[in-house]
Write a protein that binds this ligand. Structure first.
Ligand SMILES: *Cc1c(COP(=O)(O)O)cnc(C)c1O
Length: 373
């Protein structure tokens, strides 16, 4: 098997999506699944759709094109403010985009008119994250400009939290977003179909008991992919944390003890941890490095510690005496490690449980205990 590789359990992705979708449905909120961390991988996107996501959201046009080329036909929203240089392609492959700039919206409108279509615009409001967004006092005016512009339709408003600043969404902020939705409607006329409250960081609020107001959409990536609350790093109940596993191959094992002098070299790597020179600890080198993954975002297997990494080598100390040259070592990843690894050209993906159970059952009847040999 190819190494390094990412093994993906699509059943777990479907399960995580379905669990989040069901819990949010009870609160009147739908899920738009965010595929940017998996670079718009079509099978993973399909797993999220099979799990009940209403549509997909992407940050990059290249990933949207990948999805379309694979035959994904669901609505796709571009959630990063469009580049002026890409408006024609965006109108062609995305039903909607998140926007903060009138020149960009005007260019999208012109592109839509050229293509004889209408492009949906969701206006992004700044509510404390200090990344993208229009200041709340400017949103009514901008909404009116969008409504007055042929080629685009005002579809909704949205906010984003906990990306740049780590500011968590609160019930008060969600109420303020509801009030803004009402204000924009009052001023500009059209019913706002989408009031998108944020991302995975909104789930503690959304799973709570406070009124959800006008919020009817969340854009969820990390929680579905990694089963984790991005602010606390705590597992979300009922979700799998191990849908993704990174597998790397051992290329050297030895009992070298690490000299403390190593850590004092001028260009010493940031992470140097001394592995105790005990009989039980072996130092192994894996064919994986900083060029492939955010090494700091890997969780080490039991009995192993990270010694350090360079561009192409990962050195760990381990008490697992069974590891030898050619052995495989398996790691769980955090979000940062996952997105880097998914984008790395030398890492292949291996898909498990590609078809939803319902389809498998359709074909063969329910065979729960069938073991494939
Ligand atoms: C990345 C992103 C999301 C998804 O965030 P997760 O924490 O992965 O759920 C949602 N909205 C915007 C605007 C994003 O950039």
């Amino acid at each position: 098997m190819n190494c390094p590789r990412i093994e993906v359990d699509l059943h777990k992705l479907r399960h995580n999506t379905r669990t989040v979708v069901e819990r949010l449905k009870a609160r009147g909120i739908r899920v738009t699944a965010v595929t940017k961390a998996v670079c718009g991988h079509p099978a993973m996107a399909q797993a999220m759709l099979d799990g009940g996501a209403e549509g997909l959201a992407e940050a990059r046009l290249s990933n949207v094109k990948r999805l379309r080329q694979a035959g994904v036909t669901c609505p796709i929203t571009l959630i990063r403010t469009p580049m002026l240089s890409q408006v024609d392609d965006i109108v062609q492959v995305c039903e909607a985009s998140y926007n903060t700039e009138i020149p960009v919206i005007a260019a999208l409108a012109a592109a839509a008119l050229r293509q004889n279509t209408t492009h949906d615009v969701v206006l992004m409001v700044e509510m404390g994250d200090l990344r993208e967004g229009i200041m709340p006092q400017g949103i009514g005016h901008m909404g009116q400009q969008v409504v007055d512009m042929p080629g685009v339709a005002l579809k909704g408003i949205g906010a984003n939290f906990a990306c740049l600043s780590g500011i968590a969404p609160t019930a008060t902020k969600m109420q303020a977003l509801t009030a803004l939705a009402n204000e924009v409607e009052g001023r500009c006329g059209p019913f706002l179909q989408t009031v998108s409250g944020g991302n995975s960081a909104n789930l503690p609020w959304a799973f709570g008991s406070r009124a959800t107001g006008r919020i009817n959409d969340l854009r969820i990536g990390e929680a579905i992919l990694l089963g984790m609350d991005p602010i606390t790093g705590v597992q979300i109940g009922g979700l799998f944390r191990d849908s993704f596993t990174l597998v790397a191959e051992v290329i050297e094992t030895d009992t070298k003890t690490v000299s403390p002098l190593l850590g004092t070299a001028d260009h010493a790597p940031a992470i140097i941890r001394l592995v105790p020179a005990t009989l039980e600890t072996t130092r192994i080198i894996l064919a994986l490095g900083n060029q492939d993954v955010d090494v700091a975002g890997l969780s080490m297997p039991a009995g192993s510690t990270l010694v350090g990494a360079t561009s192409d080598h990962l050195v760990i100390g381990t008490t697992d005496q069974k590891l030898c040259v050619g052995s495989e070592v398996r790691f769980q990843m955090n979000y940062s490690a996952l997105m880097r690894a998914m984008a790395a050209p030398d890492i292949q993906t291996t898909l498990h449980n590609d078809r939803p159970r319902s389809q498998v059952n359709d074909a063969h009847g329910p065979k729960k205990h069938l073991a494939l040999v």
